[in-house]
Write a protein that binds this ligand. Structure first.
Ligand code: FES
Ligand code: FES
Length: 184
């Protein structure tokens, strides 16, 4: 039996009818078509599915969509504002912190959340704190550089969180995309 959930995704209020067993990542990708949130494993280990729930990074393959009832969700599509990359996205681009890009949305979402918790980071902090995000391509060196540069960028630009709220202020209905397609 389908049930109704209401939540906010990238600043847009959403009400949808879902199967109670739907994972949050399935809801975001399949129902809202926010395919920047990736699925890289089935064991909650890779972090490719990382999004923000009420400002905290979580693995969206590891909770049911119904558990996000009333929550504010931000996905990678919600970071850029008015066509300008979030400082963390810009840093990943500038530092070549990606190759295939599969891990990148989750990596960026985890990094933004990390900087909010711990604005002053060392490389060792980044390595330790992002150990829940796996990358098969880069060897992590440029990812660490990117997170440090992104942290500095967030600090100098007032530590922006997410937003796109203004651009996504419309009420979206079930099955309709809340934002533009994936960026990474
Ligand atoms: S898909 Fe969620 S941790 Fe791998
Ligand atoms: S850039 Fe390919 S998995 Fe990280």
């Amino acid at each position: 039996m389908a049930i109704s959930i209401s939540l906010t995704v990238n600043g847009a209020p959403i009400t949808a009818s879902i199967d109670p067993g739907t994972l949050l990542v399935q809801f975001l990708r399949d129902q809202l078509r926010l395919t920047g949130t990736h699925i890289g494993c089935d064991t909650a280990q890779c972090g490719a599915c990382t999004v923000h729930l009420n400002g905290r990074a979580i693995k969206s393959c590891n909770i049911l969509a119904v558990q996000a009832e009333g929550a504010e969700i931000t996905t990678i599509e919600g970071l850029a504002q008015n066509g300008t990359l979030h400082p963390m996205q810009a840093a990943f681009k500038h530092c070549h912190g990606l190759q295939c890009g599969f891990c990148t949305p989750g990596m960026v979402m985890s990094a933004v959340s990390l900087v909010h918790r711990q604005p002053d980071l060392t490389g060792d902090d980044v390595r330790a704190q992002l150990d829940g995000n796996l990358c098969r391509c880069t060897g992590y060196h440029n990812i660490v550089k990117a997170v440090l540069e992104g942290a500095a960028g967030m600090k100098s630009s007032g530590n922006p969180v997410t937003a796109n709220a203004a651009a996504n202020a419309n009420t979206a209905s079930a099955g309709a995309p809340a934002t533009a397609p994936a960026t990474a």
